[in-house]
Design a protein around this ligand. Structure first.
Ligand code: CTP
Length: 410
C-alpha cells in the first residue's frame, strides 16, 4: 500500500455488528498509509468495540451522539466537512436503509446525510445472508450505487450466526485499498498546502440610514463552497464574507463585513500574504453618498431620491497589486452576465487585470443567485472552458483545479 505524507482525512463510521472488530484493523491499515482517521460510531457499534479502543488508536474522542461532544457543538457538520473520504464499516442493513432514504436520527446517519456531494463515501456491508439478500437491502444498495456510493461488497463465508453464505465483511486489505483509491480519485490530498487563499463571498449592505440599506440577492453559496474546497486542499483560507445565513466552513478563517468599503479594506489586508484571491462576492457597485445617522422620517425627509456614489472595485485593485512584490499571484473574478457572456467576460478579464474570470449566465434557472447549481464558463488568457451545470461544490473543484494550474505556470 503506497504511503504519502499528506495523507487523506478519513471518517470511519462504525455500525453495530460483530464485524466491528475488523474495522479496527482497517483503521490500522489506513493509519499505516498515512491517513488521518477519526471515528464516529453508532451507540450499537460501541457495544461491539468500545470508545477506549478507538480513542487509544486515534488519540481523538469518538463521536457517538449529536449532543455533548466535546469537540464541536455541531458534530455532524464538523465531521462531514472534515472528511476527505467517508468509510462506513461495517455497514448494517439499517444504516444503508437510512442512507438511501435520507433518514437522520442519530449521529452517524445525520453525518452521512451531511457529507458534501464531492466527498467519496465507501460502504463495506456485513450481515446475515438473509438480511443481505432481502429485497429492501438489495434495492438500497442499488440506489446508493447509482448515487455514486462505492461498495466493497461482502463475500461468502461462515457468518457469525453460523450460516454459510454471502454477508461476510470483505477483507480488511480490500476495504483499506478502496478508501485509498477513493481518496486518490479526487483532489483530496493537500495539493494547496503552504498556499494562502482569500475568497470574498455574499452580498454587501450599503446603509441608507441605521435601519435601511441597499443589498442584492447573493446567498454566498458559491464563495463558501470555494473557501471550503481551498481549505480541504490544505490552503490557509480567509473568507471575507458579507451578511449571509451560512456557517463558516471547517478550517476557514472568516472575516465578517457588512459594506463594500469594509470588504475592500478586509480583502486588501488579507491579500498581503496571499497567493490567490477569488472574488465571488456580489459587491454593491454603488453606495448612498450621504447615509443618515438617524432613521429617516417619511413625513419630514426626502426618501424618493437617494444620491449614490460608486464603490471601490476590490477585484480591480487586487489585479493592480498582484505582481507588486514580484510574487506570482492568481486573481480570479466572477462575471454575472445576461448577454454576450464570453465577450463580456474577456473584457472584464482585461479591464480588471485578472487571470481568470468565471462567467455566469444569470438568465438561466440552474445558475446564479441562490441556486444550488451553477452553469459557468471559465475564461482566461489560455482559452475558454464551458462547464456543465454542476453543484456549486463541484464548480469549486473545477475552479481550484484551474487555479492550481495557473499557480504552477507562475
Ligand atoms: N467586484 C469587486 N468590487 C466591486 C465590484 C465588483 O471586487 N466593487 C468583483 C466581484 O466580486 C466580481 C466582479 O468584480 O468578481 C464582478 O464584476 P461586476 O460587478 O459584474 O462587473 P462590473 O465591472 O461592475 O461590470 P458590469 O456591472 O458592467 O458587468
Amino acid at each position: 500500500m503506497s504511503s504519502n505524507l499528506n495523507g487523506p482525512q478519513v471518517l470511519l463510521c462504525v455500525n453495530g455488528g460483530i464485524a466491528a472488530y475488523k474495522a479496527v484493523e482497517v483503521l490500522r491499515l489506513l493509519q499505516k498509509a498515512d491517513c488521518k482517521v477519526r471515528v464516529a460510531s453508532t451507540e450499537d457499534g460501541l457495544r461491539f468495540v468500545g470508545a477506549a479502543t478507538w480513542e487509544g488508536l486515534t488519540h481523538q474522542s469518538v463521536a457517538s451522539s449529536l449532543y455533548g461532544w466535546t469537540e464541536s457543538a455541531i458534530p455532524h457538520i464538523m465531521l462531514s466537512e472534515w472528511a476527505d473520504v467517508v468509510l462506513v464499516c461495517p455497514a448494517t442493513a439499517n444504516t444503508m436503509a437510512k442512507m438511501a432514504a435520507g433518514i437522520a436520527d442519530d449521529l452517524v446517519s445525520t453525518t452521512l446525510l451531511a457529507v458534501p456531494r464531492t466527498t467519496p463515501v465507501v460502504v463495506a456491508p456485513a450481515m446475515n445472508v438473509n438480511m443481505w439478500q432481502a429485497a429492501p437491502t438489495q434495492v438500497n444498495v442499488r440506489t446508493l450505487r447509482e448515487r455514486g456510493v462505492r461498495f466493497v461488497m461482502p463475500v461468502e463465508g461462515r457468518l457469525a450466526c453460523d450460516a454459510v453464505g454471502e454477508g461476510k465483511l470483505a477483507s480488511v486489505d480490500q476495504i483499506a485499498r478502496a478508501v485509498l483509491d477513493a481518496a486518490g480519485s479526487r483532489a483530496s490530498s493537500r495539493t494547496m498546502a503552504g498556499r494562502s487563499v482569500v475568497v470574498t463571498a455574499g452580498p454587501t449592505h450599503e446603509a441608507i440610514d441605521p435601519v435601511r440599506y441597499i443589498a442584492n440577492a447573493s446567498s454566498g453559496k458559491m464563495g463558501y463552497a470555494i473557501a471550503a474546497e481551498a481549505a480541504r486542499r490544505g490552503a490557509r483560507t480567509v473568507l471575507v464574507s458579507g451578511p449571509t445565513a451560512l456557517e463558516a466552513p471547517v478550517g476557514v478563517e472568516r472575516v465578517d463585513v457588512v459594506s463594500a468599503a469594509q470588504m475592500h479594506e478586509a480583502t486588501l489586508r488579507a491579500f498581503e500574504g496571499a497567493d490567490v484571491a477569488i472574488c465571488a462576492a456580489a459587491v454593491a457597485d454603488y453606495t448612498p453618498a450621504h447615509p443618515a445617522d438617524h432613521k429617516l422620517k417619511k413625513a419630514h425627509e426626502h426618501l424618493d431620491t437617494i444620491e449614490l456614489k460608486e464603490t471601490k472595485d476590490i477585484l480591480a485593485e487586487l489585479g493592480r497589486r498582484k505582481s507588486q512584490d514580484g510574487r506570482a499571484r492568481v486573481v480570479v473574478g466572477f462575471a454575472a452576465e445576461t448577454n454576450d457572456l464570453v465577450a463580456n467576460a474577456q473584457a472584464k478579464l482585461e479591464r480588471k487585470g485578472c487571470d481568470l474570470v468565471v462567467a455566469n449566465d444569470v438568465t438561466r434557472s440552474d445558475s446564479g443567485f441562490g441556486s444550488a447549481t451553477n452553469h459557468v464558463t471559465l475564461v482566461s488568457a489560455a482559452g475558454i472552458r464551458e462547464l456543465p451545470t454542476l453543484a456549486k461544490e463541484e464548480v469549486a473543484v473545477h475552479l481550484l483545479d484551474e487555479v492550481e494550474r495557473l499557480l504552477k505556470r507562475g
